[in-house]
Design a protein around this ligand. Structure first.
Ligand code: PAF
Length: 283
């Protein structure tokens, strides 16, 4: 496995390996878990040469404390990647990626209007900055992103289309622990009590959605959401920041279940200072 820490080393890596098969890119911020490994195995299935980037991208953090505490485990990550069969790891420094401030501003055509958009101002712009840089540097045929960041995935599909990147954006399903908690690098930051409480998020989202379907979607959307938030907050370890039902394509908020044929329920919940996100299809 080639480990490239600079852009030059990345270029040298591609030149030496001379991949003639399809090139896959799996962008990550490290602290790798089974969820990332499932992205890599999908990439290996579809591509002959797989590069994994490991970079905690400063421009997508709107909260400096979150950036500071984000887990960084490059050595362990490299061992996992070697075992997973990655061909190259790109783990640059922030100076390497941003020798100057990146001033590019992206238009997401309203896909950032709800969900994480208003909660984390500038977040998706930072994601688009780093991902387009990674696209330009790696020129992959396919790039792999998890559905856990459902809004990010939709935004990156749109960016790839708008900017004419000839890259197939491949969505990969959410991986969950046995108790239902969506796998996330931030789970490493949970205390044992918070970790015990965290599966309550997914369980409550799923059971509320089942109840809604059983009712024939007769519970009004705002009532459904406020009931759901109340149920999540029943756990003393959890504090819901937001829950929303959105059209799965346009990502616009739903106030009437009949207005859309495909609906996603998404939200963010704090367990202490750790912010967890999750989403499920509810119609
Ligand atoms: O999903 C992530 O881990 C990040 O947002 C990404 C896509 C690697 C960009 O930094």
């Amino acid at each position: 496995m080639i480990v490239a820490k600079t852009i030059q080393e990345l270029k040298d890596g591609y030149a030496a390996a001379c991949p003639s098969a399809k090139k896959g890119l799996v962008p990550t911020m490290g602290a790798l878990h089974e969820g990332h490994l499932s992205l890599i195995s999908k990439a290996k299935e579809m591509c002959g040469f797989v590069t994994v980037s490991v970079f905690v991208n400063p421009t997508q953090f709107n909260n400096p404390e979150d950036f500071k505490t984000y887990p960084r485990t490059l050595e362990a990550d490299c061992k996992l990647l070697e075992k997973a069969g990655a061909d190259m790891v790109f783990a640059p420094s922030a100076e390497e990626i941003y020798p100057e401030r990146d001033t590019r501003v992206f238009d997401f055509h309203g896909l950032d209007r709800y969900g994480e958009g208003p909660m984390r101002p500038g977040h998706f712009n930072g994601v688009a900055q780093i991902v387009t840089k990674l696209f330009d540097l790696n020129k992959p045929d396919c790039a792999f992103f998890g559905e856990k960041d459902y809004q990010q995935l939709a935004i990156l599909k749109r960016i790839a289309k708008d900017y004419g990147y000839p890259i197939e954006i491949v969505p990969c399903p959410i991986l969950r622990a046995d108790d239902g908690l969506a796998l996330s690098s931030r789970n490493k930051l949970l205390t044992p009590e918070q970790r015990k409480a965290a599966p309550h998020i997914f369980r409550t989202m799923s059971s509320s959605a089942e109840e809604l379907a059983r009712s024939g979607y007769s519970i009004p959307a705002d009532e459904f959401i406020s009931q759901l938030v109340g149920r999540i907050n029943e756990s003393p370890e959890l504090e819901c920041e937001y829950m929303e039902a959105v059209d799965a394509e346009s990502l616009q908020k739903i106030s009437d279940w009949n207005s859309s044929s495909s609906i996603r329920l998404w939200g963010a919940v704090y367990a202490g200072k750790v912010r967890l996100i999750d989403n499920i299809q509810i119609k």
